[in-house]
Design a protein around this ligand. Sequence first.
Ligand SMILES: CSCCC(=O)C(=O)COP(=O)(O)O
Length: 225
Amino acid sequence: MKAVVVDIEGTTSPTSSVRADLYGYTRARLPEWLADNASGAAASVIAGTRELAGRPDADPAEVAEILREWLKSDVKAEPLKTAQGIICAAGFRAGALHGEFFPDVAPALTTWHEAGLRLYVYSSGSVRNQRDWFEFARGGALSPLISGYFDLSSAGPKREAASYAEIASVIGVEPADILFLSDHPDELDAAVEAGWSAVGIHRPGEPNPPRPPHRWVETFAEIRP
Ligand SMILES: CSCCC(=O)C(=O)COP(=O)(O)O
């Protein structure tokens, strides 16, 4: 392998930390942020939400309610993830938010990085949110280990093979030399369809059940890329 690409929620990090911390922080601040930034940073979020929700005349208050519903049902929509990334950026810098990682993740990423592998992140969270998650990791920044980040805007949907082909092309690594780690079987299927290797991560207590034909492990310590 020449590169390893990791998913975040359920793979590097507990689902509970993403949903309680990031979603909770965002949910509390959405109405005020949308109202205060309607003609600036929030304009594209409002436009994108109106379009996806089929509510062309929704005002910022209604958009906030739509986005809060999407948070509740974990809809991984671009406008929501953009807003989440911008809103949470302040929380990371104020010390209210930290990237939370399973204990085996930092040692494995460090070992792989030192061995010359290039490490990337591919998550439904926006690149901005991903960068902060790794930069403000509890226990010390992991961002120096990461060569790049991909999200729904830059790569595309996580369950489509074309997204993995796009990442391979951008990082300039042959698909056969890339290993993808995720807790989601549909994502593993899509990566394999694009010619990547893939290993499923099923951590105790995490929601997504393993599914054949992939190899599944419980920690990064079991992987030798
Ligand atoms: C720390 S980046 C934000 C994580 C997030 O919002 C999310 O939806 C994670 O989805 P993933 O694709 O990593 O399962």
